[in-house]
Design a binder for this molecule. Structure first.
Ligand SMILES: [Zn+2]
Length: 238
């Protein structure tokens, strides 16, 4: 009887391993960190064009929250939702505590994990308080850099933008292709960056500073991610 119990437990563990092997892995990349990183890195493999690793991000005009803190708060909520839905999740950071590692390192984490999606979480800032809305960026097509991930990234961007915008109900600023994003050009897996809203707009900053607003963002991102993975978005709840 004891042997059977042990064998049964072993079978459950093996089943769990097999299940994990089938589960897609999503890498969540909360933008920025406690400190900017002004060291430069090549914008793509073999490129002589270099950009700083991290300018540091924006800050809430009303809340005073840093973008790095907001990005992480939403990312942690999203991790919970995705894991509950059976999706494996890796994070490029789980604290806001150091100098930003830059975009080559962030992309490398997703590449090594063979991620189904690298989801970069950011919020926007502008010189004027009136700029507002949600938009999603994806890599422009460039042979040797992004041709292997271009179509899937564009597809993911459209789905995630629609779900995030529906969840937050901020104005829809649509999609944007970028050829100059280091974190896109180094990715060998589908990659998108969401700009959830503008922290320099008082209304959007106020909502994103609340638990309810952050949960809405996380649910929208979860629904978009599950839809992109061909799974039932209802598993995100909300
Ligand atoms: Zn940012």
């Amino acid at each position: 009887m004891r042997t059977l119990l042990v064998l049964g437990a072993a079978a459950l563990v093996l089943a769990g391993v097999a299940e994990a092997a089938r589960s897609p892995v999503v890498v969540i990349d909360p933008g920025h960190d406690l400190r900017a990183n002004l060291v430069t890195e090549p914008i793509g493999p073999g490129s002589s064009t270099r950009k700083i690793k991290d300018g540091g991000g924006t800050r809430g005009v009303v809340s005073g929250t840093t973008e790095a803190e907001l990005n992480l708060a939403v990312s942690l909520r999203l991790r919970t939702l995705l894991r509950r839905a059976g999706v494996g999740v890796l994070m490029t950071r789980t604290r806001t505590a150091g100098t930003s590692v830059g975009n080559v390192v962030r992309a490398g984490i997703a590449n090594r994990a063979n991620a189904a999606l690298l989801l970069r979480i950011h919020a926007d800032g502008a010189p004027t308080a009136t700029a507002r809305g949600t938009h999603t960026l994806y890599p422009a097509l460039r042979a040797g850099w992004t041709d292997d991930v271009y179509a899937a990234s564009r597809h993911a961007a459209g789905i995630v933008q629609a779900e995030l915008q529906r969840a937050l109900r901020f104005p829809d600023r649509g999609l944007q292709e970028r050829s100059d994003f280091t974190g896109f050009n180094w990715a060998d897996v589908p990659v998108i960056m969401v700009e959830m809203g503008f922290m320099t707009n008082p209304a959007e900053d106020r909502l994103l500073a609340t638990g309810a607003g952050r949960q809405r963002a996380a649910v929208g991102l979860c629904r978009g991610t599950l839809s992109f993975l061909g799974r039932d978005r209802a598993a995100c709840g909300g």
